[in-house]
Design a protein around this ligand. Structure first.
Ligand SMILES: C[S@@+](CC[C@H](N)C(=O)[O-])C[C@H]1O[C@@H](n2cnc3c(N)ncnc32)[C@H](O)[C@@H]1O
Length: 344
């Protein structure tokens, strides 16, 4: 069974050392789907997402101030690129780009979930909405010809078959095109010096943190999960409703749990897997700041990290935000969130 240290593996090493590897997703499919003869793994992933967004779609809000990153990044580019917004959701990136006033040629909004997509209620002659998974769209996007900025905000970690995604992206991209990911987990953050020092300070103030750490590292994940629901009660309610529907409709076995829904939808987030027992040979690892360019087969042209003190930057305390600004300047690559751009 996985402990914290074995759970955190380097996706790129697994990719390069094992020809065929099992994924965490295979483990969940093999052990928790109701009837494998009825549902393929891809159908299973799509069903989990559909059921999840049925409840999450109306609640979804990204409380992150990413505008400074978009401004800084887009100011280095001439106007007239096409924007391809992959996993456009409810229109976070669309709204930021409108606010900034970047003059795009066309805006392709790729979003498979109707519950998310329908909340983008705008009139825009340059907007094309594509109701599909990005994996089915590469050919169409490539054939449109113009220079493109592929933006994937808070969506790369939703991709399970990363190397397949990367191949599609590379094939679609021309040399002038850019791939921009403003908001992704910096999965190695917890092991950085900044995080260790910060957590040590927190632990002195709150000894329960030490108890949770010990539980996790002793492999008592179930107990840990019961002690620490990862999300607020409002969010947990929609997870509970999703889980009830999945069980009632015989998609999953009753042993499936709420944490597993997040693990599948927000697949590349290391935090989501800490409370799930995954045998080591089913764990392909996680992308990190250090391996993402290799996994994608692209070159980094822009890199920022941010959010040092908590995993979300919706933290309301001005003092903490101030410390965060200072930390961002001092420890440029050690924040909990990644903002990166790549070229071929
Ligand atoms: C966390 S939301 C982010 C939405 C939006 N980009 C934002 O910043 O608020 C992730 C979105 O990615 C979408 N998504 C997941 N897998 C996808 C895929 N393979 N292709 C396109 N979109 C996908 C989901 O439906 C969801 O709306």
């Amino acid at each position: 069974m996985s402990t914290k240290s074995t759970l955190f593996k380097d996706y790129y090493s697994t990719l390069s050392t094992r020809k065929q590897f099992k994924r965490r997703m295979d483990y969940l499919y093999e052990n928790f789907v109701f009837d494998k003869s009825e549902i393929s793994i891809i159908q299973f992933i799509n069903l989990i997402n559909n059921y999840y967004y049925k409840y999450a779609g109306s609640l979804y809000a990204l409380n992150a101030n990413l505008k400074p990153f978009y401004v800084e990044f887009l100011s280095s580019l001439e106007p007239g690129f096409d924007i391809v917004d992959i996993g456009g959701g409810t229109g976070f990136t669309y709204n930021v780009i409108k606010e900034i006033g970047y003059s795009y040629n066309r805006y392709y909004f790729v979003e498979p979930s109707t519950y998310m997509r329908d909340r983008l209620n705008v009139e825009d002659a340059k907007l094309t909405i594509i109701s599909d998974y990005i994996e089915n769209c590469w050919g169409r996007l490539k054939s449109s010809g113009s220079k493109k900025i592929y933006i994937m905000n808070a969506a790369l970690h939703h991709i399970i078959y990363l190397e397949q995604f990367a191949e599609g992206l590379r094939n679609a991209m021309n040399n002038d095109d850019i791939f921009f990911i403003p908001y992704e987990p910096n999965n190695g953050y917890q092991y950085s010096m900044v995080a260790i020092v910060y957590n040590a300070i927190k632990a002195v103030k709150n000894p329960r943190i030490i108890a949770r750490w010990v539980l996790r590292n002793l492999g008592l994940f179930d107990l840990f999960r019961k002690c620490k629901p990862r999300h607020s009660s409002n969010e947990t309610k929609h997870l509970t409703m999703t889980l009830n529907d999945l069980i009632k409709d015989r998609i999953v076995l009753p042993e499936f749990n709420e944490q597993m829904i997040y693990a599948i939808t927000d697949y590349g987030v290391f935090d989501n897997w800490k409370a799930i027992r995954i045998p080591d040979d089913y764990n392909e690892g996680f992308y990190t700041l250090e391996n993402l360019d290799k996994i994608l087969g692209l070159h980094v042209v822009y890199l920022r990290t941010y959010t040092f003190q908590c995993h979300s930057d919706s933290n309301p305390y001005k003092f903490r935000q101030l410390i965060d600004v200072v930390a961002r300047k001092m420890f440029r690559t050690s924040g909990a969130k990644l903002c990166m751009a790549f070229k071929k």
